[in-house]
Write a protein that binds this ligand. Sequence first.
Ligand code: HAS
Ligand code: CU
Length: 575
Amino acid sequence: MAFADEYKEKTGETVPIDREAFVDKFPHDAFIVRLNLAVAFGSLGVGGLFGMIQALHRTGIYRGFVSSADYYTLLTGHGVLLALVFTTFFITGIFSWAVVASLDEKLSERLSKTWFATMFVGTLLAGLAILGGLTGGPVSADVLFTFYAPMAAHPIFYLGAALLIVGSWIAGVDWYLAYRRWRAEHPDDRIPLRTFMVLATMLMWYISTIGVAVEVLVFLLPWSLGLIPAVDPLLTRTLFWYFGHPVVYFWLMPAYLVWYTLLPKLSGGRLFSDPLARVVFVLFVILSTPVGFHHQYVDPGIPEGFKFIAMTNTMFLLLPSLLTAFTVVASMEHGARQRGGTGRLGWLRALPWDNPAFSGCALAGLMFAAGGFSGMINAGMNINYLVHNTLWVPGHFHLTVGTAAALTFMAITYWLLPQVTGKNLKLKTVAMVQPYTWFVGMTLMSNAMHRAGLAGVPRRTAEPQYANVEFENVIGGIAEMRLQIAIGGTILFIALLMFLAVVVATWFGDRSAKLEVNSELPPALSGPQNSPVVLDDLRIWALIAIVLVVIAYGPPLWSMVADGLFAPGSPPIPV
Ligand code: HAS
Ligand code: CU
């Protein structure tokens, strides 16, 4: 029912609608965004529950939920539902909003329904395969969210994963076509920043998902169907990690889109520099992919020289995030000073810490500073041997994907949901406290995970038998770290329930005549006109990205396939 009719039915009065919300202007696109958000938040709830169960299980605090054998089923569900499903659907949702809102151009109704349905069916198949593991039947997929060989899943898991990715490809086409329609009418304009960010992210996504698509469609799926006798674990792992690093920027870049384009407004100011934001996204396009070997430093069969190239590229790849830290904090400071903030650090107090959309993004950024730091440690070839496969690594990625991305996504939902539902936020006090609750839970959990990793506690296990290890020179011991992880994990689950309560209350609330938020974005202090037009020519950056990928991956991949496509192992090439 149209909003005006519904209002009249309820109140008997006719109201002039003074809303120019996204949902009023683009009802179908708002519907698509809502569909994506619904799947994202459903996965978030289930995946988060699995997370709390694991935290309690592996720390030995409470082991009554599942057996240690089923732990891996839950661990797979946790990783897939949160890192792959929640993120992807939230991203396709917010990207659809970003493209439509910044171009003032609708998406294709047919195409958007198609990509959503493809992704949704894929998710159902993969989800069923994973949960099948709990039944003890023939369908299972206890392969963890990295799902490479030699562990094997039921074919429907691989099929589901493939559909999720193919759906995201079609979504990219939908956004690109909207851009083309806009371009036909605006031949000389610069690409609006939000759309530029979406297109750059998708370009990186196309280049990097080729690896996982080949892995799944050429190797894992035929292998699980019994069509080929064996796969080469090194080759399939390499194809996975070719995709496995850029996928983390597929999660991060949408958070950066929020930090660059929305956080300055939420802070009360304007983006410091639009050109710098474009440079950052171009750097991600170029450098995100030729670094995957930093996940394989300990793998035999990959020449050290190529691992070294990956390490060097990874260190260059810190640059876009360091530039982001500068630009985003400068924009926040500008906002704070507009709000009357003064002093060298005193301006921090003038920021709207009681607005959850703001505080969530700012706390996510703060935690990412720590997560980025542990990433630098991971990236060093020699120091990686100390932390690889320990609990340090989950400590790192709960700060990055689990906070920089996830908390930003939750925070901006408080701002976005009213605009795609036409309903003002409910349970505002719960929303206000929620980002802080997440922050406290994550501080406890990730800190203890990093320290436990240094003490040698392994990741990916239900039975880390380290109860009696004394860990000298640092406060507390293993028991204290386990307690912190369990308490932190439980607090995080509570924060998640708070978030979902706000979402559900808002979603099922009444539509509002006037929205408390609006989507007008102030222009950047330094606008796109201050940067060269070539920055927007994504074809050039794609070409450079592909050349770097060929240099980084060509020779090692060739040596892996040269000894037979399905044969395990390969002779190292001297460098
Ligand atoms: Fe990572 C492993 C290296 C970033 C996710 N990473 C992982 C895994 C995941 C993951 C999921 O080199 C595990 C995979 C598995 O299951 O095995 N990572 C890095 C490096 C970066 C990095 C160098 N990672 C991420 C991001 C992720 C993510 C982003 C998800 C979203 N990572 C590694 C390596 C491994 C690894 C190795 C393999 C480890 C192993 O041995 O297995 C860099 O991109 C980080 C750069 C970031 C910074 C921080 C900049 C600070 C900013 C904050 C600004 C502040 C604001 C707020 C806005 C340099 C931008 C201010 C607030 C106020 C109040 C003022
Ligand atoms: Cu990586």
